[in-house]
Design a protein. Structure first.
Lengths: 364, 352
């Protein structure tokens, strides 16, 4: 059994650590590229969302490398993600690609469904070994979030952001290769030390909140490196979704104490959006209000084209923008987004919010 | 009585006193002729008339309605939602209240669509000067059923108006009866627009036009299919091309559910399930000569459901399938050409 799974930003490092420790053989798809997109788009429905297409491309590229089993998450609606696996399986079958799919999702009838799937994957592994693997993977998830957060903080502040990114990539690689938790901790600390002593600019960066659908937020390829573009324009970005916080909330029911800036923002969505709408719709609205209350200079929403929950969230934005007088910008992303257009819109937005914030402070 | 005052919105208190006056002073409740109008209008109409309100229906979709809707919504929203906004705008200054229930689930464990769940919020954020929205939640619990969720919703709506519990209950019974009659008409083969008005002669069954030479199954959501402006008179065009039409509405719920149950995983969209179930029924129907699948541009659930239907139809390799995707730009000539080509091809297949 050669297992593969689709890419979502740096999540692959975490899952790799988990599955390797559980004694599974992995074949990872190559990093998402233009070729991945082309493969995915060729075989999916025109209006399927961008993550669907990228996933499919990942599977096909992993298949070429010899993978035969796909590990995938699922759901029970109303977001389309919950039905990805079944449609993707049909597409792969029609293409004559023989791959098995193991979908981990909330059980429909009884908990045995999940138990059987896990048993199928890892067999009779002793529980302490499973616990150890989970704890190790968790430490890597936390480590990645920590260094990403620091990167977002320092990128607009340091004089040599490119050098900082170099450190970041090195650290990421070292986290991936780290064999135990102490090693992970050491690598993270050395990154923190290195980044803190870098020479900094004297200007205070603008602050922008990034909200939206989780895949588009976490996968730099899907959002055309939005965080980096903003950082290099001198904007400090705060992301609303963090991997470890998400795991804590959805898989551990909030048992672990992971705090992010947006942890309590979900309830701010009312009165603008009063109902659960699937996906991250409510979080998007809530975090936008939260950012506005914390005096951010602007908020950018990212969503795959035709994403239903995000369209609902985007629809209520005029009311939020009016009440809090905050500039909001939405990007719908798919395989056709031209990078130059994206860059121009970002530059215009950053110009606007900087003029706006100067006006607010009474400088203009 | 003090308690009552607290739970009744201020606007309603005033109207309370007028409800027993003449017809002109009746409270006017607006129902947009869009989205779930095509599923539940008989239920709603009967209920509101029975509790003593005047039901105002928006006019049939026209250019002005569509244009207003497009202006008021995001370009990313789907066509049916844009049309819905247009109808709300058309009603806004004619009525005292607008009935826009927040429809989450009308059956256990299956949603409608995220956009339906957010409709009242989207309206409030994007339209100003709206009448009071009645956005009662329709949500079936996992042990409920599709009748229960509406009974609960209407009871809540009724209690906003009157504390005559008996009147509300009897209105709900009458409304549910009306809804059942409507469903029976659909099963008899009457096309939805005729059945929804309630005055139909069962003999005029749409599925059995004797002179027509070919029979075509048309898949699509009722709010696209039966809005002649959106579907560009699809049915009329097909009739004139010599085709009779079979719609998902003429299938029994049980048949649809049985077929949809064959899927590897339960589908969690009520409408998607209807489409898949109907498509599988149509694929087995030996009398059908062709299938047309009408969808709106950018429909989320449809992008996955459609994909499965297309693949299964291809695999079965018997019935030709044509996909028609519509949005606000659709040119009528293009649709005509495609329909002509499609029916022509089917007729040639017959001769061969």
């Amino acid at each position: 059994m050669k297992i593969t799974y689709p890419h979502m930003g740096n999540v692959c490092i975490v899952i790799k650590a988990l599955l390797t420790d559980l004694g599974l053989e992995l074949v990872l798809p190559p990093p998402t590229s233009r070729r991945t997109v082309e493969l995915g788009v060729r075989y999916s429905h025109e209006f399927a969302c961008f993550p669907f297409k990228l996933n499919l491309g990942n599977y096909l590229e992993a298949y070429e490398l010899g993978a035969d089993t796909i590990l995938m998450a699922g759901g029970v609606g109303p977001c389309r993600f919950g039905y990805y696996a079944q449609v993707q399986q049909q597409i792969l079958e029609d293409l004559g690609v023989k791959m098995e799919m193991v979908v981990l999702e909330p059980p429909d009838v009884s908990f045995h469904e999940v138990k059987d799937k896990i048993h199928y994957l890892i067999g009779d592994l002793p529980w302490w070994q499973v616990f150890k693997a989970v704890r190790f993977a968790w430490s890597k998830a936390r480590a990645i979030d920590t260094i990403e957060e620091k990167l977002l903080y320092f990128r607009p502040r340091v004089k040599e952001p490119i050098k900082l990114e170099g450190y970041f990539r090195e650290t990421l690689k070292e986290i991936d290769e780290a064999a135990d938790r102490r090693e992970v901790e050491r690598v993270v600390n050395s990154f923190l030390k290195k980044s803190e002593i870098m020479p900094q600019l004297s200007v205070k960066p603008l602050k922008v909140g990034l909200v939206g659908e989780i895949f588009t937020l976490l996968e730099p390829f899907a959002n055309y490196d939005m965080e980096r573009r903003l950082g290099l324009l001198g904007v400090e970005v705060t992301r609303s979704v963090w991997l470890s916080a998400w795991i804590n909330e959805h898989l551990c029911r909030g048992l672990l104490r992971v705090r992010t800036e947006c942890s309590d923002d979900k309830k701010l969505a009312a009165p603008y959006l009063n109902s659960f709408v699937g996906g991250h719709g409510v979080e998007t609205v809530g975090c936008t209000v939260g950012f506005a209350q914390r005096n951010y200079d602007g908020v950018i929403q990212l969503a795959p084209l035709t994403c239903m929950p995000e369209i609902v969230a985007h629809s209520v934005f005029p009311a939020v923008s009016e009440d809090y007088q905050i500039p909001l910008l939405t990007f719908y992303l798919d395989e056709l987004s031209g990078e130059a257009g994206l860059q121009t819109r970002l530059e215009a937005f950053v110009d606007l919010i900087s003029a706006y914030s100067r006006k607010k402070e009474g400088v203009l | 009585m003090n308690v009552m005052w607290d739970i009744i919105p201020i606007g309603i208190k005033i109207n309370f006193f007028y409800t027993n006056k003449g017809l002109d002073d009746m409270v006017k409740i607006g129902i947009p002729r869009a989205l779930f109008y095509y599923y539940y209008y008989p239920l709603w109409r009967e209920f509101f008339q029975n509790v003593g309100m005047e039901v105002i229906l928006s006019p049939e979709t026209n250019k002005e309605i569509l244009d207003n809707g497009i202006k008021a919504t995001l370009s990313e929203a789907c066509l049916p939602v844009k049309v819905f906004f247009g109808h709300v705008i058309a009603l806004a200054d004619q009525v005292d209240y607008l009935f826009v229930p927040r429809i989450t689930k009308v059956e256990p464990k299956a949603y409608i669509c995220p956009k339906f769940m957010g409709l009242p919020d989207m309206l409030r954020a994007r339209l100003h000067n709206l009448p009071h929205l009645i956005d009662t939640v329709v949500d079936t619990s996992s042990d409920g059923n599709s009748t229960q969720c509406w009974t609960d919703c209407l009871q809540e709506v009724g209690s906003m108006w009157t504390n005559n519990k008996h009147l509300v209950d009897s209105s709900i019974v009458a409304a549910l009866q009306e809804q059942n009659r409507f469903k029976q008409h659909l099963l008899d083969g009457i096309l939805l627009p005729d059945a929804i008005e309630g005055t139909v002669i069962p003999e005029v069954a749409a599925a059995s036009h004797p002179q027509q030479t070919i029979q075509i199954g048309v898949l699509g959501h009722p709010y696209n299919l039966y809005d002649p402006y959106i579907s560009m008179n699809l049915f009329k065009k097909l009739y004139s091309l010599g085709a009779s039409v079979v719609t998902p509405e003429s299938l029994a719920e049980n048949d649809i559910a049985k077929k949809a149950g064959m899927l590897p995983k339960r589908i969690f969209w009520t409408l998607g399930k209807r489409m898949i179930g109907s498509a599988l029924n149509f694929l087995e129907n030996k009398q059908l000569d062709g299938l047309i699948y009408l969808t709106s541009f950018g429909c989320g659930p449809e992008s996955l459901v459609e994909e499965l239907v297309v693949r299964w139809t291809k695999k079965q390799d018997r019935i030709p399938l044509m996909m028609l995707t519509i949005d606000e730009h659709t040119g009528e000539a293009g649709i005509i050409t495609r329909l002509e080509a499609f029916t022509e091809m089917i007729k040639r297949r017959h001769k061969a």
